[in-house]
Design a protein around this ligand. Structure first.
Ligand code: NI
Length: 179
């Protein structure tokens, strides 16, 4: 198990357009994904993008088999490895909800996202993924893929009155505040 260091906001490597993966089902790719899953789970992340550990590739992992202690009220999203993704909104509808990010520790912000999206891409074996999702699943995939285009969620916040420290915003809630 290798838990990698997570880059924090301010690091220029989080602002790059990531490169496409060209080699699927390689030992190198499988090792990278194992490290990403270990790192995501160790931090109780809802997802993790390769640029967050300094790897300049279009690769994200998200989801789990159980509820996430950082987001205890959110539904379970199936574990997914998504490579070279595209995201297409299926309507004009947006939803706003609180987001955090392992690269922006200690903070949460209210972020608008497309409510219904189709996403495509490939898994680590090169098999195609094509899903239509909404709700928390749609939010997570948009957040993670944003990392591949050099975007962090604070860049999506529209009302900075709804952006602050987790321990202050949610002081009354018994949430896991280790980020
Ligand atoms: Ni993030």
């Amino acid at each position: 198990m290798t838990v990698r260091d997570i880059l924090k906001m301010g690091d220029a490597r989080l602002l790059r357009m990531a490169q496409k993966v060209t080699d699927f089902d390689s030992d190198e790719l499988h090792l990278l994904i194992t490290d990403m899953l270990d790192t995501m789970r160790a931090a109780n992340g809802a997802g993790l993008a390769a640029p967050q550990i300094g790897v300049d590739l279009q690769l994200v992992v998200f989801g789990s088999f159980e509820r996430n202690p950082r987001y205890p009220d959110r539904p379970v999203v199936q574990p997914t490895v998504l490579i070279n993704p595209t995201i297409t909104p299926l309507s004009e509808a947006e939803e706003s909800d609180w987001e955090g990010c392992l690269s922006v520790p200690g903070l949460r912000g209210m972020v608008p996202r497309w409510a219904h999206v189709r996403y495509t891409g490939f898994d680590q074996y090169g098999d195609a993924i094509d899903r239509t999702v909404d709700g928390f699943h749609a939010r997570v995939v948009q957040h993670e893929c944003d990392h591949l285009w050099g975007k962090l969620y604070p860049m999506r916040v529209r009302d900075f009155r709804q952006f602050g420290f987790t321990e202050v915003l949610f002081a009354e809630m018994a949430v896991n505040q280790d980020d």
